[in-house]
Design a protein around this ligand. Structure first.
Ligand code: SF4
Ligand code: SF4
Length: 439
C-alpha cells in the first residue's frame, strides 16, 4: 500500500460524494484486482457526474490511476450508462488510459446500487452484508476520484461541491458550489423559487430526502437539489408518519409478494423479503432486532414502493424504520453464504424511461447547462460531521481570518477527515457541530 497517497486522501478531506460520505482513504485496501468507477448516475434528473466527466475526464482518470498505484490494482472499469458513453464519445471496451476501460451499463433502475453494479460489471456477487473488497473490488464515484487527483497531486483539499439543480426550474444547472453555502443564498443567486406545494429534495428523486431548504446547507454529499411538486409519487412517497403507514399496511397488504419479486437485492439472491418485513410490521408478535436483521440488506431504492405495490404501501419505509432500530442496537447482517442470482433478474429491472414516469418526473428530464464559473458565497456553515466516523475537531477560534483551503477543523480520532474553509473570510461562530465563516 502506498501510504503517502492514502495520507493525502485523508488530509484532503476526500469522502464519498453521494450516500453517507464514507472517507475515501478508508476504502483503500490490499487485495483488490479491480477498481470500478461508479459513473452510472442512475437517478433521473441528475447530470452531475456526466458533466464532470465531460469537462474533466482527464482529472477523473488521474484520480483512478492514483488509486490503482496506491493499492496495486491492475485494472479499472469506468461503469456508465450506454447513452452517456455515447454522449461522451466513448464506447464499450475502449481503453481511456493505461488499464482503464469503458464498461457500458444498461439503462435500467437501479443500476447504480453498488452491489448491483458490481454484479453487472464483473459478474461477481458480494455476499450479503460483506464489503466489495471481499470480492477483490473497490468502488469510487466520479467526483471522489476527481477530488483525489487534486488532494494527491496539488495537496488541494475538498472545498467545493459539484451538484445539479433541477426539477421545476427554468433550466437544469450543474454548478460548483462552496461547501457549506446556505441553500437559500444559492437559490436567491440563481432566482430559484420554491412555490407553495413544492418540496426540495436533496439527492435524486428516487432515494433523495425532502429537506428544509431555508436552513439547509451544501454538504460534501449533496449531489442534487430538485424542486418538485408534492403530489408526484417521487415526493408523496417520502411523507407520512410510520403509524399511518403501518395501519395502512395491516389493512391492505394482500401478501402478493410482488415487492419481493421485484426487489433488486432479492433478485441478486439476497435474503431480503420486503413482503415478509411488511408482515412482521403488521403482526401482533413483539419485534426483536434479530427478526428484522435482513433489513440491513436493503439499498433503499424504492422499487418495492413505486413500481411493485399496487396497494400504496411502502415496504421501503417500513424497512428504513427497521434499519434505524438496527443502527441503534449496533447490529448488522453479515452473511457467509454464497447467493445465487435469480434467472429472471435482467428482465425485472426497470427501464429508466418507465421509472421516470412512475416517479412523475419525466416532464423535468432535460439536459443540464454547465456553469463553469464557480459560485461565490458570502457565508458558509461548515458542518463537522459531513462524513461517516468521528466529527472533525475545530482548530480555529471566533475572530480568526482564514483563506480558502485553510484547515478549520482537524480529523477526529479513528475514522475521520479534516474540514477546510471553502471561502476566505473571518470565523464568526465555532461549536462542536459547525464553523461559520463570513467573507
Ligand atoms: S406488493 Fe404491496 S400488497 Fe403485495 S406483499 Fe408487497 S406490500 Fe403487500
Ligand atoms: S427499497 Fe424495496 S426494492 Fe429496494 S432494496 Fe429495499 S426492499 Fe428491495
Amino acid at each position: 500500500m502506498n501510504e503517502s497517497i492514502k495520507e493525502c486522501m485523508q488530509k484532503g478531506g476526500v469522502v464519498g460524494n453521494g450516500g453517507a460520505g464514507f472517507p475515501a482513504y478508508a476504502k483503500l485496501a490490499e487485495g483488490a484486482d479491480t477498481l470500478l468507477i461508479n459513473a452510472s448516475e442512475c437517478e433521473p434528473l441528475l447530470e452531475t457526474d456526466y458533466v464532470l466527466m465531460r469537462e474533466y475526464m482527464d482529472r477523473m482518470l488521474l484520480g483512478a490511476e492514483l488509486v490503482m498505484e496506491a493499492a496495486g490494482i491492475p485494472k479499472t472499469l469506468l461503469c456508465l450508462k450506454a447513452h452517456n458513453a455515447e454522449r461522451l464519445g466513448i464506447r464499450e471496451g475502449e481503453e481511456l488510459a493505461p488499464h482503464i476501460f469503458v464498461k457500458e451499463l444498461p439503462d435500467v433502475y437501479p443500476i447504480g446500487d453498488e452491489i448491483g453494479m458490481i454484479y453487472q460489471a464483473t459478474g461477481r456477487v458480494v455476499r450479503p452484508g460483506n464489503l466489495p473488497i471481499t470480492k477483490g473490488i473497490i468502488v469510487y464515484n466520479v467526483e471522489t476520484l476527481y477530488n483525489i487527483s487534486f488532494a494527491v497531486k496539488e495537496q488541494k483539499p475538498v472545498t467545493e461541491k459539484w451538484l445539479t439543480i433541477g426539477g421545476a426550474v427554468e433550466k437544469t444547472l450543474v454548478l460548483r458550489v462552496p461547501i457549506g453555502m446556505r441553500l437559500r443564498d444559492l437559490f436567491r443567486l440563481y432566482h430559484i423559487e420554491v412555490p407553495e406545494g413544492y418540496s426540495v429534495i436533496d439527492g435524486g428523486p428516487s432515494m433523495g430526502k425532502v429537506i428544509h431548504y431555508q436552513t439547509a446547507t451544501v454538504q460534501k454529499t449533496t449531489k442534487g437539489l430538485l424542486i418538485l411538486p408534492d403530489y408526484i409519487p417521487a415526493v408523496a412517497g417520502k411523507g407520512g408518519d410510520m403509524k399511518t403507514q403501518i395501519s395502512r399496511a395491516s389493512s391492505m397488504c394482500c401478501q402478493c409478494t410482488r415487492c419481493t419479486d421485484m426487489c433488486p437485492r432479492n433478485l441478486l439472491g439476497y435474503p431480503l423479503y420486503p413482503h415478509k418485513m411488511v408482515r412482521t410490521a403488521t403482526s401482533v408478535v413483539e419485534l426483536t432486532p434479530e427478526m428484522i436483521l435482513t433489513a440491513n440488506l436493503c439499498c433503499g431504492c424504492g422499487v418495492c414502493e413505486t413500481a411493485a405495490c399496487c396497494q400504496n404501501i411502502s415496504p421501503r419505509n417500513v424497512i428504513l424504520e427497521y434499519k434505524t432500530i438496527l443502527a441503534k442496537n449496533r447490529m448488522k447482517y453479515v452473511g457467509n453464504e454464497d447467493v445465487f442470482v435469480d434467472e429472471y433478474r435482467d428482465s425485472r429491472l426497470i427501464p429508466i424511461s418507465r421509472w421516470k414516469s412512475l416517479l412523475g418526473v419525466a416532464p423535468y428530464d432535460r439536459e443540464a447547462e454547465y456553469i463553469s464559473t464557480p459560485v461565490t458565497a458570502r457565508v458558509v456553515e461548515l458542518g463537522l460531521s459531513q462524513h461517516i466516523g468521528a466529527p472533525s475537531v475545530p482548530c480555529v477560534s471566533v475572530g480568526d481570518t482564514v483563506k480558502v483551503g485553510d484547515m478549520v477543523a482537524g480529523a477526529g480520532n479513528g475514522l475521520s477527515v479534516p474540514t477546510y474553509a471553502s471561502i476566505s473570510g473571518r470565523v464568526t461562530h465555532v461549536d462542536e457541530k459547525k464553523i461559520v465563516v463570513e467573507a
